[in-house]
Design a protein around this ligand. Structure first.
Ligand code: GAL
Length: 983
C-alpha cells in the first residue's frame, strides 16, 4: 500500500519554487466534509465517488487538523514513536480521515492545464478529482502538486482527499512535537497557462568592495521556445532570463537592512512577482560570512504552533511571530524542524531575519533500537529522504533570508545524508549546509551541538575541544571539522521558569570569533486549548501510556503568544547595542552591517526610583562593530544632583528614532542602568532613623508584645502587626520545583538532592522564646523527619517606633555536604533561603522599589530594571502552563502590601530582598499540574527571600552555574516591617 511503501509519492509534478503568479488560482480552503475511520480498511471505498452521500458527514475547517476539531485527540511524544518500530510499516490502528469538497469552477476559468497544490498534509494522502485518482504523497510539511486540468469539469467539481495519520513517512517525522494529522496548509487549484513560468531560480550576489550586485534568474517555461524576461524597475533592468549580470551600486540585503527589489519575471502566458535581495553567503577562514562580513546569530528555534489550530498557522500569526522576534532583538530563525509555511519566509525576507531552513526529517525514535534500522543509513530510504530535501530546496530557493539549508534534525549518522548533501550542493552552490547530529560533520559546513555547557563552549571557541569519536581516527576529517565555524543550534531550554544563564552564554559567544551565536530552544510553548477547554493540554493529559509530558511546553512565548520573562531576558542579553559607563559613557554597535543612526539615545536620572531629570544624548554615527564615547550631561557625574537624599540611578536607553515595519518609533532596543554617587545614603535606607530600640518587649495576656507586634508566646510567631492579623514569618527553604529543578527525565535534577535532604518537609521545633528588654529572640531547629540534618534558625526581633526589625541567623547543622554526610547525594544547594508569612486576602496590592517589572532570578536578571512598580497579587503571577515557582521580584529595597484603602504592611530590606506574593501556598503551587488547579485561599502568602537558587537550564542542558548556586552555609539577613495605614 502506498502509505507503507518507500515511494515518496505518485502522480506528483516535479518540485518547483513557490511563486506569486498572475495565473488564475482558486483557494480550496474552507469547510470540507469529513469522516474519520479507525483505519484504512474501514474507510469508505467510494470516497471519490460523486454518488456517495456525505450529508451526514461532519464539517471540518481546512487547513486544519481533525484532532483539534473534535475527532480523536492529539498525541504528544518527544522522541518515542507512538507505535511499534517496524519500518516501514505504520501501525494497524491508522486513523484515516476522508475529506471531500465540491467546488465551482468559474466560467472564466481558462480551459488549459491546471495543478492542484497542497502546501502540507500530515502524513500521507491520496487525492481524487471527479472520481479520478491524481496521485499520492508523503512528506507532511512539504508541497505536492498534481496535474488536474484534464479532469476538471465546467461547473461543479468534486475533490476527495484521503489522509492517513501514519505512514512510512512517519518514521522520518519524529520531531519533538504533537502528532497532528490533516490537511493543515492551503489547498489551491492553479491554472498553468501555455507559455507560463514553470519555475524560477534567482541567484544573487553582492560584492562589498565594489558595491555591485550580480543577478542570474533561471526561468523555466512550459515551452523552451518562449523567452522569459526579468524586470527590476528600481534598477532600470529589463533583461532576458539567464545571466549572470553585474549591476553597479545595488543595496545589499541583510537581516539588519532587508533591502528588497521588486522584480517581475515575464513569460508570454504568465507573470511572476518576486522580491530580490542581493547577498553573498560564504565560508571564509572558518567563519560564515554574508556580504563579506562574519555574522552573528541571535536566534530562536521556531515550530509552527497555534494554541487552537496547531500547525495550521495563519499569516497573521506568522507575522506576529516575526514582529515579536524583531521587537526582542532576535535576528535569526531555525525553522525547527521542517520548512515552515511558505509565506513565513516571504515575511522573513521583508522584515529581515537570517533563516536556517530545515528539512522535514527526523528519525529520533530509532534511539530505542540503538539506531538499528535507522532510515538515514539505509539506502532503501534514500529516495524518501532526497525527495524531502528537493521539495524544500526547490520551494524555498528564492528567499534571500534563507542562508543555510539544514538536512534535518537528530537522525544520527547515515550515508543518505551524503546523497542529500551532494544533490543540494550541486543544485544550489550559493548556500552552506547544516546538520548537527552526525558527529563527523562530513556533510555539514558547520560544527554544531545542542545544550553545550559553557566550559565546553569556551574550548570550542578556542578550537581546543576534544575530537568526537567519529573523527578521532581520521585526521583529514577531523582537521576539516575543527576548521568549521560553530553554531549552537539549540541551547537555553526555555521550559517553564527559565532559562537561566543566557548572559553567561552571550559573554562566551562574543569572546570567540569561531562562535557565531546560537538559537534558543524554543520560540513558543506547544500548549493546546481543545474546544471548550480552559487549560492547555500536554502529553499525558489523555491518560496515554507513551507520551512526552510537558516537554513541549518549553518556549519563550506562552501558548497564547504572550512573551514570557525568558523572552524579555533574551532581548536584554542580545541587545545589538551595548551601553557601558557611566563615566565615560560608551556606546558599542554590536551589529554586523548597519550603523546606529536609526536609534536615539536618552537618559533619565532617578532618585529613589523617581525621575528627577531627563535628557537626550548626542551620539555620533557609529558603524557596525565600532564604538564611541559620549559625554554625559555635566551635573550627572560632577556636581549638584537633582532632588534630595537617596539612591540615585542613571538609565540610558536607545530607542527607535522612526517607525519600522515591526515597531513604532520609541520602541526600546537597549538600555543600561548605572548607580550614581548617592546623596550620602546607603542603598535601601531611605527612611533612616537614629532612634534606639524601644525597651518594649513584654509578656501580657498570654501574648508577647514588642512595639507594634504581637507574638505567640509558644511558637514565637508574629500574629499581629499594628492590629493586622499576620501568620508570622518563619524560615523557609522550599520552592515549588521548576521544570529546570526537575532536570531531564530525573537526570541532573537538583530537586532529587533537595527531596533527599527533606527540604520539602521541614518541621519547626521552637526551642526558646526569650523576651529580653529590647528584643524578642526565638530559637528554633528546622529539620525534616527521618534525617539528622537541620538548620538552626535564630529570629531576633527589635522595635523602633512603629518599625519591627527581624534579623534571622541561619546555621546549617549536620551532613549537608557530601561524603560522610547524612544524605546522599550531597545537597549542594538550597532552593531558597527566606521567610514565608501570610496576610489577610484583602491585602492584594503591591508597590515596590526594586527590580521589575517582571520576575527575575539570580541567573535571569538582566532585564530587571530598578524602579518603582505596582501590581496586584494576581498580576504578580507568571502564568506558566505547568505551575511552578514564579513571580519573584529581585533586589527589592522596599515593598508595600496593602488593601484597596492603603492599609497594610511595608517591608524594608537590608539592603534588599526577593519578593513573591501569591494567593496560594508553595505546596499548592507544587501540586498543581494545570493552572486551573490553583485556587485562591483566603490569605496572601509572602516570601521574603535573601536569595534563591539560580534557574539553570537542566530540563535539557546544564544546571545553574556555580556562581548562582545557593549553597547551604551560615547566613544572616534582616527585614523591617512597619504598618501602613490609609491616608
Ligand atoms: C532537542 C531537539 C528538539 C527538542 C529539544 C528539547 O534535542 O532537537 O526537538 O526535543 O531537544 O526540547
Amino acid at each position: 500500500m502506498y502509505f507503507e511503501d518507500l515511494v515518496p509519492g505518485t502522480g506528483r509534478r516535479e518540485p518547483r519554487a513557490w511563486l506569486r503568479s498572475s495565473a488564475p488560482v482558486i483557494s480550496l480552503n474552507g469547510r470540507w466534509r469529513f469522516k474519520l475511520s479507525p483505519g484504512p480498511a474501514e474507510a469508505p471505498a467510494d470516497v471519490m465517488s460523486s454518488d456517495l452521500v456525505d450529508d451526514d458527514w461532519d464539517e471540518l475547517a481546512v487547513p486544519g487538523h481533525w484532532v483539534l476539531q473534535g475527532h480523536d485527540r492529539p498525541r504528544y511524544t518527544n522522541t518515542a514513536f507512538p507505535f511499534p518500530i517496524d519500518p516501514p510499516r505504520p501501525p494497524a490502528a491508522n486513523p484515516t480521515g476522508d475529506h471531500r469538497r465540491w467546488f465551482d469552477l468559474p466560467a472564466s476559468w481558462p480551459g488549459e492545464r491546471a495543478v492542484l497544490r497542497f502546501e502540507g498534509v500530515d502524513s500521507c494522502f491520496k487525492v481524487w478529482l471527479n472520481g479520478v485518482e491524481l496521485g499520492t504523497s508523503k512528506g507532511s510539511r512539504l508541497p505536492s502538486e498534481f496535474e488536474a486540468g484534464a479532469h476538471l469539469r465546467p461547473g461543479r467539481n468534486l475533490l476527495a482527499v484521503r489522509v492517513h495519520q501514519w505512514s512510512s513517512g512517519s518514521y522520518l517525522e519524529d520531531q519533538d512535537m504533537w502528532w497532528l494529522p490533516g490537511i493543515f496548509r492551503d489547498v489551491t487549484l492553479r491554472s498553468r497557462p501555455a507559455g507560463g513560468v514553470e519555475d524560477v531560480f534567482v541567484h544573487t550576489g553582492f560584492d562589498q568592495v565594489s558595491g555591485a550586485g550580480t543577478l542570474q534568474v533561471d526561468g523555466v517555461t512550459t515551452d523552451p521556445a518562449y523567452a522569459v524576461r526579468v524586470l527590476v524597475p528600481e534598477l532600470g533592468l529589463d533583461l532576458a532570463a539567464g545571466g549572470p549580470v553585474t549591476i553597479p551600486g545595488v543595496e545589499p540585503w541583510s537581516a539588519e537592512v532587508p533591502k528588497l527589489y521588486d522584480a517581475t519575471v515575464v513569460a508570454p502566458g504568465e507573470t511572476v512577482e518576486l522580491r530580490i535581495g542581493f547577498r553573498t553567503v560564504a565560508l571564509e577562514d572558518g567563519r560564515l560570512t554574508v556580504n563579506g562580513r562574519p555574522i552573528f546569530f541571535r536566534g530562536v528555534n521556531r515550530h509552527e504552533h497555534d494554541q487552537y489550530r496547531g500547525r495550521a498557522v495563519s499569516e497573521d500569526t506568522m507575522r506576529q511571530d516575526l514582529v515579536l522576534m524583531k521587537q526582542h532583538n532576535i535576528n535569526a530563525v531555525r525553522t525547527a524542524h521542517y520548512p515552515p509555511h511558505p509565506a513565513f519566509l516571504e515575511l522573513c525576507d521583508e522584515l529581515g531575519l537570517w533563516v536556517i531552513d530545515e528539512c522535514d526529517l527526523e528519525t529520533h525514535g530509532f534511539i530505542y533500537t540503538d539506531w538499528q534500522g535507522n532510515p538515514a543509513d539505509d539506502p532503501d530510504w534514500a529516495p524518501m529522504m532526497l525527495d524531502r530535501m528537493r521539495r524544500m530546496v526547490e520551494r524555498d530557493k528564492n528567499h534571500p533570508s534563507v542562508i543555510i539549508w539544514s538536512l534535518g534534525n537528530e537522525s544520527h549518522r547515515g550515508r543518505n545524508f551524503g546523497e542529500l548533501a551532494k544533490w543540494t550542493r550541486q543544485r544550489d552552490p550559493g548556500r552552506p549546509l547544516f546538520y548537527e547530529r552526525d558527529r563527523s560533520y562530513e556533510f555539514s559546513d558547520f560544527y554544531s551541538l545542542m545544550y553545550t555547557p559553557i566550559d565546553e563552549l569556551e574550548r570550542i571557541g578556542t578550537r581546543t575541544e576534544d575530537a568526537p569519536a567519529e573523527t578521532a581516527a581520521d585526521p583529514p576529517l577531523e582537521a576539516r571539522r575543527r576548521a568549521l565555524p560553530f553554531v549552537l543550534c539549540e541551547y537555553a531550554h526555555a521550559m517553564g521558569n527559565g532559562p537561566g544563564g543566557l548572559a553567561d552564554y552571550q559573554r562566551v559567544f562574543e569572546r570567540y570569533p569561531r562562535l557565531q551565536g546560537g538559537f534558543v530552544w524554543e520560540w513558543i510553548d506547544h500548549g493546546i486549548l481543545l474546544p471548550g477547554a480552559t487549560d492547555h493540554v500536554y502529553g499525558g493529559d489523555f491518560g496515554e501510556k507513551v507520551h512526552g509530558g510537558n516537554f513541549c511546553i518549553d518556549g519563550l512565548l506562552f501558548p497564547d503568544r504572550t512573551p514570557s520573562p525568558g523572552l524579555t531576558e533574551y532581548k536584554k542579553v542580545i541587545e545589538p547595542v551595548r551601553i557601558t559607563g557611566p563615566d565615560p559613557l560608551r556606546i558599542e554597535n554590536l551589529q554586523d552591517f548597519a550603523t546606529l543612526d536609526h536609534l536615539t539615545f536618552g537618559w533619565t536620572e532617578e532618585l529613589e526610583g523617581q525621575q528627577v531629570a531627563a535628557g537626550t544624548l548626542t551620539v555620533p554615527s557609529i558603524p557596525a562593530g565600532a564604538s564611541a564615547t559620549v559625554p554625559l550631561p555635566g551635573t550627572l557625574v560632577t556636581g549638584a544632583p537633582a532632588g534630595g537624599a537617596g539612591e540615585r540611578l542613571l538609565t540610558v536607553s536607545a530607542v527607535l528614532a522612526n517607525d519600522e515595519p515591526w515597531a513604532a518609533a520609541g520602541h526600546e532596543i537597549a538600555w543600561t542602568q548605572f548607580a550614581l554617587p548617592s546623596n550620602g545614603l546607603p542603598r535601601g535606607s531611605s527612611a533612616p532613623t537614629t532612634q534606639r530600640p524601644a525597651r518594649s518587649a513584654r509578656r501580657a495576656d498570654g501574648r508577647v508584645v514588642l512595639g507594634t507586634g504581637v507574638f505567640d508566646p509558644r511558637s514565637g510567631l508574629l500574629v499581629e502587626l499594628n492590629g493586622l492579623p499576620v501568620d508570622g514569618p518563619r524560615l523557609d527553604l522550599w520552592r515549588a520545583p521548576t521544570d529546570n529543578d526537575n532536570g531531564q527525565g530525573g537526570n541532573n535534577a537538583a530537586v532529587s538532592a533537595w527531596r533527599a535532604a527533606g527540604l520539602d518537609r521541614l518541621g519547626h521545633r521552637v526551642e526558646a522564646v526569650e523576651v529580653e528588654e529590647t528584643e524578642l529572640v526565638v530559637r528554633s531547629r528546622v529539620a525534616p523527619d527521618g534525617l539528622g540534618l537541620a538548620v538552626r534558625a535564630t529570629y531576633r526581633w527589635t522595635a523602633v517606633g512603629e518599625r519591627l526589625t527581624l534579623t534571622v541567623d541561619v546555621q546549617p547543622e549536620g551532613g549537608w555536604d557530601g561524603p560522610g554526610g547524612t544524605i546522599k547525594p550531597a545537597c549542594e544547594s538550597w532552593p531558597r533561603l527566606g521567610l514565608r508569612m501570610a496576610l489577610p486576602r484583602s491585602l492584594d496590592r503591591v508597590r515596590w522599589f526594586g527590580g521589575g517589572p517582571a520576575e527575575a532570578y539570580a541567573d535571569s536578571r538582566q532585564a530587571a530594571r530598578i524602579g518603582r512598580y505596582s501590581a496586584t497579587v494576581d498580576e504578580l503571577q507568571t502564568p506558566y502552563v505547568v505551575p511552578q515557582e514564579n513571580g519573584s521580584r529581585i533586589d527589592v529595597r522596599w515593598a508595600e502590601v496593602s488593601d484597596a484603602e492603603g492599609n497594610g504592611v511595608r517591608v524594608d530590606g537590608a539592603p534588599v530582598f526577593q519578593l513573591t506574593a501569591r494567593r496560594w501556598t508553595t505546596e499548592d503551587l507544587e501540586r498543581a499540574r494545570h493552572r486551573s488547579d490553583l485556587t485562591a485561599r483566603d490569605r496572601v502568602y509572602l516570601n521574603l527571600d535573601l536569595a534563591q537558587n539560580g534557574l539553570g537550564s537542566a530540563s535539557c542542558g546544564p544546571g545553574a552555574l556555580p556562581q548562582y548556586v545557593l549553597a547551604p552555609r551560615p547566613r544572616t539577613f534582616a527585614v523591617t516591617f512597619s504598618p501602613l495605614s490609609a491616608g
